[in-house]
Ligand binder design. Structure first.
Ligand code: THU
Length: 387
């Protein structure tokens, strides 16, 4: 149950991208540099230090942010007079407060700038249960630290918080912190935000609709999230997806390779490593084969990975599976494993079969199959079958 809302500031509460862009361009113009909008894009959402220093590096200008920030924020404060907040912000904020949700601000920007921004849109520090700014964390977004700290300081666990974000760095930060994330496409497109793992994308906060209690708020969120849900496995589990599977491919390969090194296979000497990507969390879980003197008690790598994931996070939806062997061609999961996997995979779940050479980046073999190619007719318990 969500009990608090953590707002990002720039690009969520206030349309500050044009303001900081304007200020930074004026800053560079004073030094004879014409920086264009595209130069700044890679640094949006990563804090003003990176924003200014990153573009400075591109033009060979070394910036001492601790000194230059004074000038930057003078330019910023001038430009902020034109500031506007986004549609629905004030309504949503007021509904949240009235409903009894806690509200926090978690911005990678520095406090001085946060206060300029809040004043520009008619909010004040006392409107929030807490404000955490960039100086308070060592690692800014996309690390999870700022959302963890903000939630904690408000007496909430991160999974009790909905984060409202607009940037890719911000969405990744919030998801890594295990918060629910509502993204607004104010700075990046819907597909990029979805790929970064957000749970819901709305054009503006107006589309969230009105609510007057925490219960109503959660029900509305559930409906919005369910729209994004995908059905996994024989039991038709609905799971929201945290990102596109291919995003996790390299991580899964490395995890499977590493796990394979731990295989306990004194009888067959055939070592197997497997790794799966959980659709909900984007986390990678691995497993190796563990043999037994009573041969039949042997556990395969794939089932080991499934058990590992469920032990850690409960029922999973599997978005991607990697199996690493030294076989030629690389071995598929056995029929027993496929039947277990059928419980948690979609027909289109990607199954990557690779050999160790491929996993180690030395060429080698790599095959990709849809799960239903490998097991077209899983056994499904009669009462669980679709009508
Ligand atoms: N094995 C797996 O780990 N996964 C499979 O899907 C096929 C077989 C293991 C089990 C046993 O330890 C060894 O490979 C030889 O069968």
């Amino acid at each position: 149950m969500i009990e608090g809302i953590l707002f990002d500031m720039d690009g969520v509460l206030i349309d500050s991208e044009p303001i900081i862009l304007h200020a930074a361009q004026a800053f560079f113009a004073r030094r004879g540099i014409t920086a264009n909008e595209e130069d700044f894009k890679p640094f949006v959402g990563a804090g003003d230090r990176r924003y200014l220093v990153g573009v400075g590096e591109r033009y060979g200008l070394s910036i001492d942010f601790d000194i230059d920030r004074v000038e930057l924020y003078e330019l910023y404060a001038e430009a902020a007079r034109e500031a506007v907040s986004f549609a629905g912000v004030h309504q949503f904020f007021a509904d949240a407060k009235r409903a009894g949700l806690k509200v926090g601000l978690a911005t990678g920007s520095e406090r001085h700038k946060a206060l300029i921004n809040l004043a520009a849109i008619g909010l004040k520090e006392a409107d929030f249960d807490n404000i955490v700014t960039g100086e308070q964390v060592v690692r800014n977004k996309p690390y999870p630290d700022i959302y963890q700290l903000t939630a904690l300081s408000m007496g909430l666990s991160t999974d009790q918080c909905l984060v409202v974000e607009d940037s890719i760095h911000g969405v990744v930060s919030a998801k890594r912190a295990q918060c629910a994330v509502l993204a607004l496409p104010n700075s990046f497109g819907e597909s990029a935000l979805t790929e970064a793992g957000c749970d819901v994308v709305l054009d503006t906060l107006v589309d969230f609709g009105r609510f007057s209690s925490i219960g109503e708020f959660n029900e509305r969120l559930r409906v919005l999230r369910a729209k994004e849900g995908v059905i996994y496995g024989a039991n038709r589990i609905e799971v929201s997806q945290s990102g596109h599977p291919s995003q996790f491919f390299d991580e899964a390969i490395q995890a499977a390779l590493e796990s394979r090194r731990n295989a306990y296979a004194p009888y067959s000497k055939f070592k197997v490593g497997a790794a799966l990507v959980s659709a909900k969390s984007g986390k990678v879980y691995s497993g190796c084969n563990v043999e037994n003197s009573s041969y039949g008690a042997t556990i395969c790598a794939e089932r080991n990975a499934v058990l590992h994931s469920i032990a850690e996070e409960g029922t999973v939806g599997i978005d991607l599976l990697v199996v690493v062997t030294d076989d030629d061609p690389p071995a598929p999961p056995c029929a027993l494993c496929l039947q277990v996997l059928a419980e948690f995979c979609r027909p289109e779940t990607e199954v990557h079969l690779v050999d160790t050479a491929f996993a180690e980046g030395r060429g080698g073999a790599h095959e990709v199959h849809r799960f239903d190619e490998l097991l077209p007719y899983p056994f499904i318990f009669p009462t669980m079958r679709q009508p």
